[in-house]
Design a protein around this ligand. Structure first.
Ligand code: SF4
Length: 66
């Protein structure tokens, strides 16, 4: 089974909180007012695709490594 790699263009994050609301399993808001992924290498995409799709500035990227 392939791994899933999560990347975020942290500078582009506007801190809207959508990803943390939709995918609290892997996204949390921190003191800098921006979202941070809890893990960036996962066995399963889980809710991260929804988080990426919900991001208004498209700064979350989900890559599947075969
Ligand atoms: S949805 Fe995008 S812009 Fe909003 S907090 Fe998450 S990473 Fe930042």
């Amino acid at each position: 089974m392939g791994k899933v790699k999560i990347t975020q263009d942290h500078d582009a994050c506007i801190g809207c909180g959508a990803c943390a609301a939709i995918c609290p399993d892997n996204w949390e808001m921190k003191d800098d007012g921006k979202a941070h992924p809890k893990q960036t290498e996962l066995d399963d995409v889980g809710c991260n695709q929804q988080a990426a799709d919900s991001c208004p500035v498209n700064c979350i990227h989900v890559e599947k490594e075969e």
